[in-house]
Design a protein around this ligand. Sequence first.
Ligand SMILES: [Fe+2]
Length: 259
Amino acid sequence: MKILIVLILILFGMEPKLPYKQQDHAKVIIVYDNYQFAPNTIADWGFACVVIKGNDTLLFDTGAEKEILFNNLQAMNIRLNDIHKLVISHYHGDHTGNIFPVLEVNPHMQVYLPSSLDGNFRIMVENYGAHVVCDQEMRPVGSDIYLSGEMGFQTREQALVIRTDKGLVLLAGCGHPGIDRMVKKVAKRFGEPVYMVMGGFHLEDYGDEELEGLIAELKKLGVQKVVPGHCTGTKAIQRFAREFPDGYFKSGTGRVIEL
Ligand SMILES: [Fe+2]
């Protein structure tokens, strides 16, 4: 009956009113982390997460050990064949370790590599049949999902940025350029504040005063929610939990963050 009404409206040149489509919400599933969150998942040094938003399913970094990544994907009911895009934050092995095992299962992904992996590594990825983009540029990689563009001086790193109705969400692999600097740069490049930061913040060597200054800076920049994991360091994670009583989420394998 509904179809008949729509056809009649179209025949008479009237546009049928379609139901309001809510903006697709994003979901981030952590599948490789130094900490365990969900049962049946395994923790290990490294980072990887899956981002699902509308028709886009991306893998951001790949962790280190094949058995651990594959176990965690299975535990979270994620099939590699359903993942269309792979983003690598930076060249370190705890993030790139499973690129080839992933491509063996799903060779035709769109892969975004940092510029430090240009050359032989890129050719090896392309030899699987993957289409590779390898540069330092900020660019869209899905619906409201972006590469930040590379940042930093020593270990150049790119983050993933998701635009939500609450603000920008920044996913950092390791935070080598400085997590506060990354937040600042992304806010400037996108012209809006970062409200949530996830991933590795690289603060193991930070003392109390440095942590205090960094957290104050993040708050000043508009950060309201944090999911510090991977290389953040246990002391820093505890501090974040205290300083963001309503905005701290424990990171770990199997953690699902709804955006
Ligand atoms: Fe790392």
